[in-house]
Design a protein around this ligand. Structure first.
Ligand code: KIV
Length: 270
């Protein structure tokens, strides 16, 4: 006998790949079961991004995020969702060393969380690993352009492609991971004409974050678009004001406690 929830089928990797040039792909990050349940109704895929290190854990960048933390948040998002494809980021240091190391860690992520795919950063230099993983049953979403795990090498979080001379290298990166078997590619922080050129050159969907409307889909960090992140990047449109709402709720509560009017009559056991 099957329950109602068993009848809801998750969006699959081939379904996302087939959206190239079609209906725009909607995606958001999520790290938390209950917010993921809301996002699940609207997003085609949910990314458990390693941005959680900065957004949830107050780290300065993503290089300190451990694998176990990604797995813990990946499990929470899987518990909260039933429809969207869930993709979990491979954190810094868990895949760059060799395809074998990448396979071991990616397999752990997939087995322990039940997610449908992993994401890793890098272009040409990661193509061999993307091929190795996909040949062994691990769907890979690639991520090029501004790659936050390399922010120390890049000298910070800088928009890519301002200099036209850099375009061929970015285009080669995207083509390399697409040809290696990635099913989609995140283009982060890049100028619009470069994103447009890459989107035309690869046969897989491009997912933009700060990379213009020229991509096949878009992703935002949930906390950024909800107005909860004090250092929200300039390109992010803020759709909600949860930060100020939380602040108001906390200050109202503090006021009631201090004035001994907490809790209100309706909330007292007698
Ligand atoms: O970690 C993350 O949230 C990401 C998105 C910015 C695409 O990789």
């Amino acid at each position: 006998m099957s329950s109602q929830s068993e009848n809801i089928r998750r969006i699959t990797v081939p379904q996302i790949a087939a959206r190239k040039g079609g209906d725009p792909i909607v995606s958001l990050t999520s790290y938390h079961a209950h917010t993921a349940a809301i996002v699940d109704k609207y997003a085609d895929f949910i990314l458990v991004g390693d941005s959680l290190g900065m957004v949830m854990h107050g780290m300065e960048n993503t290089t300190g995020v451990p694998l176990d933390l990604m797995i813990m948040h990946g499990k929470a998002v899987m518990r909260g969702t039933k429809r969207a494809l869930v993709v979990v980021d491979m954190p810094f240091g868990t895949y760059e060393e060799s395809p074998n190391v990448a396979f071991r860690n990616a397999a752990r992520i997939m087995k322990e969380t039940g997610c449908g795919a992993v994401k890793l950063e890098g272009g040409e230099r990661m193509a061999e690993t993307v091929h190795f993983l996909t040949q062994r049953g691990i769907p890979v979403m690639a991520h090029t352009g501004l790659t936050p795990q390399s922010s120390h090498v890049m000298g910070g979080f800088k928009t890519q492609g301002r200099d036209e001379d850099s375009w061929p290298a970015h285009e080669a990166d995207a083509r390399a991971v697409a040809e290696a078997g990635a099913f989609a590619i995140v283009l982060e922080g890049m100028v619009e004409p470069l994103a447009a050129r890459i989107t035309k050159q690869v046969e897989i969907p491009t997912i933009g974050i700060g990379a213009s409307v020229e991509c096949d889909g878009q992703i935002l960090v949930l906390e950024d678009m909800l107005g909860m992140n004090p250092w929200t990047p300039k390109f992010v449109k803020v759709y909600g004001t949860l930060g100020p709402m939380i602040e108001k709720a906390v200050s109202d509560y503090a006021e009631e406690v201090k004035s001994r009017s907490f809790p209100g009559e309706d909330h007292v056991y007698r």
